[in-house]
Ligand binder design. Structure first.
Ligand SMILES: [Zn+2]
Length: 225
């Protein structure tokens, strides 16, 4: 009887929760804390100008990262996607054309996600398990649908703001601000003409490693294997 009352209370409590409180758990800004693990993430590639440089730096410091790629860039540079995957990095879905989810219909959003996954699967033979909405723009409805498609949806806790092309030092300070274990760091491997990212990584990675941090993929950060 007590069990039934407890279950009923839980159901009522869930019904009374604002929808956003439930949906808020569907998109994560950081992983579990207290682990000393960090997730480096690179959005918008692959692109010949910066992806290779970043891959070389990650190899030099033996770091694993996650690349949130765009389907149309995958079709243009499949060899770079292959290089990311073969180096042991995670490939994430960032839509097919960098579609801002707050400006498209639900059907179009799902199509964008599926097209990107198809482009990835065609090159590396597996579909991605993690998704990041372009520009961090989303609605609860679309994130719920993408979660139901099997994705873990993530944003970031540290914005390097490298896409605004600040100095290398400012990029590093942005990435380190209030940093702690479980953090997800946002960078880009496609910034157009200018990018402080490779130089910032060359300084930031050894500094954070010296502090005892370990760099893992997004799925590893969440213990998804
Ligand atoms: Zn993006």
């Amino acid at each position: 009887m007590l069990k039934r009352v407890c279950a009923l209370t839980l159901v009522i409590a869930l019904l009374l929760l604002p929808v956003s409180a439930i949906d808020g758990e569907r998109i994560a800004r950081r992983g579990p804390g207290g682990t000393g693990k960090l997730a480096l993430t690179f959005d918008d590639g692959p692109h010949p100008k910066y992806t290779e440089q970043i891959l070389a730096i990650l190899k030099e410091y033996d770091c694993k990262a996650t690349f949130f790629v765009i389907g149309e860039n995958v079709r243009a540079h499949p060899e770079l996607l292959k290089a990311e995957f073969e180096a042991g990095h995670e490939i994430g879905n960032h839509t097919d054309t960098h579609a801002m989810l707050n400006t498209v219909t639900l059907a179009k959003a799902c199509l964008e996600v599926n097209r990107c996954a198809n482009a990835i699967e065609e090159v590396i033979g597996v579909r991605p398990l993690v998704f990041r909405p372009p520009g961090g723009a989303y609605s609860d409805q679309k994130i719920r649908a993408i979660t139901e498609m099997g994705y873990r949806c993530v944003l970031w806790s540290q914005d390097s703001r490298d896409w605004t092309c600040p100095s290398v030092e400012t990029t590093i300070q942005n990435a380190k601000k209030d940093l702690s274990g479980g953090a997800i760091l946002l960078f880009h491997d496609f910034n157009g003409a200018c990018s402080p990212t490779p130089d910032a990584l060359r300084a930031l990675i050894p500094e954070l490693k010296a502090q005892g941090y370990e760099f893992v993929t997004v799925s590893e950060l969440f213990g998804d294997g």
